[in-house]
Design a protein around this ligand. Sequence first.
Ligand code: GDP
Ligand code: IMO
Ligand code: MG
Length: 429
Amino acid sequence: MPATIVVGTQWGDEGKGKFTDLFAKEMSMVVRYQGGHNAGHTLVVDGESFALQLVPSGVLYDHIVPVIGNGVVVDPVVLLAEVDMLTAKGVDCSRLRVSGNAHLILPYHQEIDALTERYLGKNKLGTTKRGIGPSYADKSTRVGIRVQDLLDPKIFREKLEAVLEDKNQVLTRVYNRLPFDVDELAETYLGEVRDRMVPYVTDTVGLVHEALEAGQHVLFEGAQATFLDLDHGTYPFVTSSSPTAGGACTGAGVGPRHIDRVVGIAKAYITRVGAGPFVTELPEGDPVGDHLVDVGHEYGTNTGRRRRPGWFDAVMMRQAVRVNSLSEIALTKLDVLDQLDEVSVCVAYDVDGERHETLPYHQSDLHRATPICETLPGWKTDLTAMTEPGDLPVEARNYLDFLEDQVRCPISLVGVGPGREQFIHRTAS
Ligand code: GDP
Ligand code: IMO
Ligand code: MG
């Protein structure tokens, strides 16, 4: 009963969607286990681009059952719009299944997300304003409304009435906003939204286990990434879920003994969207940073925001190898470094004159840390058409060997372009 987890190892946008799509060829089921439509996963197949937010990246294959697990927060309006977008492009979404235990994102979550950000002022996190944090907060304080509540209009309405009592007090008295109307929301969500959602809703835990028991291969697709994890990320500059590999177990309802492969997706450099510490950041105006943003098209799939660029950080990666039990790494966007004369890698941090090879646990140290880098010669060769490890120039091979040595985990796959075929399967060294 083989099960694989794909997990982001940096601050997101590593190319998880591309590799999930690639792996899906050999799978039966792809399960999203956390996050919501804050994710933006871009797949490029035969020159056509698909930007997915909620629907699992395996959806493009006819043989895949795409599953939205219990750990995800679902905005049903966004989900249905995504299904429509895919259907218009000729993708069959009828096999999609959504956990009845997943929590809903409703309009008040989005409004509270935006208001919280506004009132945080210069301390704002730079969230995607999709209502992710407020929906997970309601889940934790046990006033969330779940996907299964759509199946029972009476329960849905009762829960909505109860929760709006509280939300409307906060919205009107604290934020001076208009209240939400129970009837209006109930009409929207218990009307067409409900009717269209019902066929997708099921017990996804049972579904996943039936697949595993039948010997089928299941892939758990992480959104966001290790350093956006609520526990393991750069708190408070994180998302409100558990993107790390452990999150796949709770977010899909499988125990750790089912997992036999964990693939960490890492970019050959790093990007971050939104606020928070970033030790290897190349500030706007830095020629190499601007080059990475231009060549790597580093603008959010979802929000269009410029992603902050920086050099590969082996200190973070060593931590990601540990907290996710990575069995291997898929390194993406190596081609984005093609034109550089030299390529740097951060191998340790300097914090007040002290060398750190592991991630300092104290956030203040992380804010003060400066990168200790090693610089390697660039390869100045176009890698985008290469398919075999032997095709790679010696400088690129040395760079990969150096990274492996630094992070102590094999790099089994290397991305050399956005297309489904643009990767090199590399024998682990
Ligand atoms: P995700 O959120 O981790 O799925 O990543 P995104 O889709 O947000 O961002 C990754 C971007 O890089 C997408 O536009 C991909 O098409 C693109 N991409 C993925 N792998 C490669 C690669 O190896 N080379 C290049 N040049 N682009 C890639
Ligand atoms: P994928 O799956 C990059 C960031 C936001 C913000 C923080 C909290 O495409 O890699 P949230 O809206 O989740 O409360 O925002 O997390 N963030 C991401 N950054 N890629 C993502 O997803 C992200 N999802 C959230 O920018 O800093
Ligand atoms: Mg993304």
